[in-house]
Design a protein around this ligand. Structure first.
Ligand code: ADP
Ligand code: MG
Length: 457
């Protein structure tokens, strides 16, 4: 057994099974360093870079001692922004799937107060929120924390940067002295050490930074006129030729328009935004993940929860709202051992925002230094076929692979990712083989049955 295996931890079998289902096979360094201590109920200060799995480190800790039958708030996670709180709540819900009825509630500013009161009356086991709004509820008496077991300060350095120290201190005035306090931070300025000194008891420090190699991402910024954004995007794609990239923009309309414009120019692109029906969203994401789509044009909201990493490139067609969003967006590129590319376009209006990113390592360049792109097209390596049969019909990947590759069929190498959903399945086929695969599936049988088949375009 690997010494980084989750199963060395004293965790319930159901939780271990769930971790496996989530694809968490081994602990990340910060998890391996902190979880044994967290499970011993120690106070922990942990430092690790973004994307290192800190949420699961404290999440597994607080979930493992949660008593579902006790309908009181037992854990509070404070985060600097609503976006981060949403992400944490989402990850906690995934981690909590091993048990029934664990209620996670987010309390953040920027959303209406009234509905939060309603949700609080229904009760929750875990609260994830921003310090200001959590404090408001505590002062109003709508939130009680006298049964709290675990307090987590996530991204503590950012919370201090944002001036939340007073709110945090006041919130802590409402929680029991007898508790576990976990503090996560990417950096350790003095103010953090002071905070630890006042809110924690004999904390153990876990640092993993030196063991982790950060993703190598080359970041380039281009100042452009508003109407030059699209041509610049095309020049970037033509020059760097990323096999797969995400283009981020700020509105749904823009996402749709950019994808359509690219498509008209022979660049295979699809948009993902909040107006899509669930099935359309699935169609798009499946195609992008299985390499049947080269460029995904997305809004931040639509890209949230999209578990596609290791992209060759990320393009900020519009500058992100804040550096947090920037880091999050570009974190999707950069693969083990290979460099990722991050491009950001900024107009005159966004020049000030862009200036904040100047740090010597980021390159600021002129868009017209990029060579003109003559008749550039971009086609993905695969095509996706849809089969109108899924889990409900007991279709399994092996059945589809068998139907495609059986006697005188396709070479298995031409068949890519197979995704089975409730009522339909998707299979990626090497572009040159797509017509043959389609014929075979249309005229053949899967599990002795005929299913409708079509090509996703
Ligand atoms: P951080 O808070 O450190 O920035 P997150 O907790 O958001 O990072 O985790 C980053 C990503 O890693 C998430 O997509 C999460 O689901 C995934 N992840 C966490 N732990 C593991 C693990 N042990 N194995 C694989 N993936 C993991
Ligand atoms: Mg985090």
């Amino acid at each position: 057994m690997n010494h980084n295996d989750f199963s060395i931890l004293p965790l319930p079998d159901a939780m271990l099974r769930n971790l496996k289902e989530l694809g968490y096979s081994v602990m990340t360094p910060v998890q391996a360093g902190s979880l044994p201590l967290i499970l011993e109920n120690r106070d922990v200060i942990a430092q690790a870079k973004t994307g290192s799995g800190k949420t699961a480190a404290f999440g597994i800790g607080l979930l493992s001692k949660l008593d579902v039958k006790k309908f009181r708030v037992q854990s509070l996670v404070l985060c600097p922004t609503r976006e981060l709180a949403d992400q944490v709540a989402k990850e906690l819900r995934r981690l909590a799937r091993f048990a029934h009825n664990i209620k996670v509630l987010t309390l953040c500013g920027g959303t209406a107060f009234g509905p939060q009161l309603g949700s609080l009356r229904h009760g929750a086991h875990i609260i994830v929120g921003t310090p200001g709004r959590v404090l408001q509820h505590l002062e109003k008496g709508s939130l009680l924390l006298d049964a709290l077991e675990t307090l987590v300060l996530d991204e503590a350095d950012r919370m201090l940067d944002m001036g939340f120290i007073e709110e945090i201190t006041k919130v802590i005035g409402h929680v029991p002295l007898q508790r576990q306090t976990l503090l996560f931070s990417a950096t350790f300025p003095d103010a953090i050490m002071q905070l630890c000194g006042t809110v924690q008891r004999e904390p153990v420090t876990v640092r993993t930074v030196s063991e982790e190699r950060p993703n190598r991402i080359i970041e380039r910024f281009y100042g452009v006129a508003r109407d030059a954004k699209l041509p610049t995007l095309i020049r970037i794609l033509a020059h760097f030729r990323p096999e797969r990239s995400i283009v981020f923009c700020n509105t749904k309309i823009e996402a749709r328009e950019i994808a359509e414009s690219l498509h008209r120019r022979g660049i295979d692109a699809l948009a993902i935004h909040g107006d899509l029906e669930q099935y359309e969203r699935t169609d798009v994401l499946v195609q992008f993940a299985n390499r049947s789509c080269s460029v995904l044009v997305a809004t931040d909201v639509a890209a949230r929860g999209l578990d596609i990493k290791e992209l060759e490139a990320v393009v900020n067609y519009d500058m992100p709202q804040d550096p947090e969003v920037y880091t999050h967006r570009i974190g999707r590129t950069g693969r083990a051992g290979e460099e990722g590319l991050a491009f950001s376009l900024f107009t005159g209006d966004e020049a000030l925002d862009a200036d904040a990113y100047r740090d010597g390592s980021r390159r600021f360049e002129e868009a017209d230094e990029l060579p003109e792109s003559q008749r550039f097209t971009l086609q993905p390596p695969n095509v996706t076929l849809v089969i109108e049969g899924g889990k409900k019909d007991k279709v399994r990947p092996g059945d589809i692979l068998g139907a495609l590759t059986g006697e005188a069929g396709l070479d298995g190498k031409s068949v890519g990712k197979i995704d089975i959903y409730e009522r339909q399945s998707y299979v990626a086929i090497e572009r040159g083989m797509a017509a043959r695969a389609y014929e075979r599936l249309k005229n053949g049988k899967i599990k002795g049955r005929k299913f409708s088949v079509w090509v996703l375009e």
